[in-house]
Write a protein that binds this ligand. Structure first.
Ligand code: CUA
Length: 174
């Protein structure tokens, strides 16, 4: 069978494209550092957070010279700590710090997003979302729920204050 030269060229181009598409999908899956939400931060009993070592008394903890852990409970319709509009402390950390957030939900699926940073995760009851971010400069960020969670979802928000190191008085103001 004789295959026309153009036919061969198009077959070759199609093969190259297929390999290219598979490569891009593979890169997007494993190479770009994009992670799916999972239980890498551990699992918890969402009905019994009060007894949990991390979430019994959620807040900011210093764990190293410039390292902090922030334990946050997302509930309809607030973040604790975070939602200063609802009477909770804002999340407050110093600049030049590495902060690991541990976030869980006590009820339904919420989001935990700090626009302007790469912090953006789904928060699933029973699972702990863990993510680490570096805050280099003092700045006040918003904190948003970006998963529809009920009638007041649009008001589920909070504040993350990155304060100058010399003004940092520790934790979440407690
Ligand atoms: Cu919580 Cu939307």
């Amino acid at each position: 069978m004789d295959i026309h030269t153009y036919e061969k060229a198009w077959l070759g181009a199609a093969l190259v494209l297929i390999v290219f598409f598979i490569a891009t999908v593979t890169y997007g899956t494993v190479g770009a550092g994009v992670e799916m939400i999972d239980d890498s931060g551990g699992t918890v009993d969402p009905n019994n957070l009060a007894d949990h070592e991390r979430f019994g008394d959620p807040g900011v903890e210093q764990v190293g010279e410039n390292e902090y852990e922030v334990n946050v409970i997302a509930s309809a319709f607030f973040f604790r700590p975070g939602s200063d509009q609802r009477g909770f402390d804002p999340i407050r950390v110093p600049a030049n710090s590495t902060v690991t957030f541990y976030v869980t939900s006590s009820d339904v699926i919420h989001g935990f997003s700090i626009p302007g940073t790469n912090v953006n995760t789904m928060v699933i009851p029973g699972e702990v979302a863990e993510l680490t971010v570096e805050f280099d400069e003092p700045e006040t960020y918003g904190l948003l729920c970006n998963e529809y969670c009920g009638f007041d979802h649009h008001n589920m928000e909070g504040t993350v204050e990155v304060v100058p190191e010399d003004q940092y008085d520790g934790g979440d103001g407690q």
